[in-house]
Design a protein around this ligand. Structure first.
Ligand code: ACO
Length: 354
């Protein structure tokens, strides 16, 4: 057992003990993985649950189906499968991990954090583990957290996972929200990149807590602990003012994308692929217009999985890497927006195991 932290040089086997703590070095993704549960819930299935139609859902969101976890499956179970796949792709053993970050708004429990539960299942017993709550921006926030630790020499190898069992927090009588979300997990291994490679090039982040009421789960925390009344009023379920969220999502993802490009000294024409948070096809189209980027350069899978919150960018990234769309050296722009509000954008050179 050993310990990592700011100011503590990484000295374990596999780590570069010649890099002293405090040194900033380039960090990249060396492997990605994802996982979705096998049960498919189509729009036609939803027609039998709430007063909706396939046509409404497709025309307003672009979604056709989503995956729903089994009753016995929790967020950590989805996260572990995605995490194992990312480790395998990166050629990294669980025992080599210094750090595990799990971003989720649907943790297995209020505590312990879901990353510790993932650690237990992976057997990554040298890692320190933290949960991160930034809703749909969670994967990018998790990446940046891990990048900072690695860049500073406080960790060498990190596993970042965005995972959600959104089906556990949906009000299945509310047609305006239950049709939008799905379950899944996306994961990435982050490490220093070899000389000459760029890895993560730039990131920008922002938040606006004054708008937190627009998208939230009202009860179950310390402000409104669970009572028979909160359960009866379905206050443990997600509530969203969709139209307002839509507007802010477009504005912030587009602005963050442009800011990350500016910070990287790049323009949109340098970017091979844009991976937006998969909230809604209309939101993605509006971001494309503002970035002056054609739809053909967007990675989109919202039609298959709906909005998987913190899992969505990692899931889309993994699919595009595995099917060969994203290749070594490609520049990728990722943009995210979620409850809080939180938002961010990251520009990355895809390095893979290089
Ligand atoms: N089926 C049929 N009708 C519906 C449904 C449904 N599933 N849901 C809502 N409607 C109705 C409404 O009741 C409303 O009817 P009314 O005009 O008679 O009142 C009508 O459709 C239009 O509702 P709007 O809310 O205006 O529809 P809109 O075109 O804005 O689409 C949507 C709604 C899809 C929710 C959209 O606003 C959206 O995508 N918002 C953003 C979601 C998002 O980005 N989330 C990201 C963060 S998520 C996170 O962080 C966890």
């Amino acid at each position: 057992m050993r310990y990592c932290g700011v100011g503590t040089a990484v000295t374990a086997a596999g780590a570069d003990s010649s890099v002293p703590s405090g040194i900033v070095r380039a960090v990249g993704m060396t492997g990605v993985g994802s996982h979705v549960p096998s049960r498919v819930l189509t729009n036609h299935d939803l027609e039998r649950i709430v007063a909706t139609t396939n046509e409404w859902i497709v025309s307003r969101t672009g979604m056709r189906e989503r995956r729903i976890a089994a009753e016995h499956e929790a967020t950590s179970d989805l996260a572990v499968v995605a995490g194992r796949r990312a480790l395998e792709a990166a050629g990294v053993k669980p025992a080599d991990l210094d750090m595990i970050v799990v971003a989720t708004i649907t943790p297995d429990y209020p505590f312990p954090n879901t990353a510790c539960l993932v650690q237990r299942q992976l057997g990554a017993d040298r890692a320190f583990c933290m949960g991160l709550e930034a809703a749909c921006s969670g994967f990018l926030y998790g990446m940046e957290t891990a990048r900072c630790y690695i860049a500073a020499g406080a960790a060498q190898t990190a596993l970042v996972i965005g995972a959600e069992k959104m089906s556990a927090v949906l009000d299945w009588t509310d047609r305006s929200t239950c049709v939008l979300f799905g379950d899944g997990a996306g994961a990435a291994v982050l490490r220093p990149v070899p000389a000459g490679r760029r890895g993560i090039i730039s990131s920008v982040f922002g938040s606006d807590g004054s708008l937190s009421d627009l998208l939230m789960i009202p009860a179950g925390g310390s402000r409104r602990p669970a009572t028979a009344e909160t359960v009866a009023a379905r206050e443990h379920c997600l509530r969203m003012r969709g139209r307002e969220v839509f507007r802010y999502a477009v504005t912030h993802m587009a602005e963050a994308g442009l800011a990350a490009l500016h910070k990287a000294g790049l323009s949109i024409s340098d970017i091979r692929w844009v991976i937006p948070h998969q909230a809604n096809l209309r939101i993605i189209a509006a971001i494309g217009e503002r970035l002056h980027c054609p739809a053909s350069r967007f990675i989109v899978n919202v039609e298959k999985y709906g909005n998987t919150s913190a899992a969505s960018i990692g899931l889309a990234l993994d699919e595009a890497v595995r099917d060969g769309r994203i290749r070594e050296g490609d520049l990728v722009l990722m943009v995210a927006f979620g409850a809080g509000f939180t938002w961010g954008a990251t520009v990355m050179e895809w390095t893979g195991r290089a």
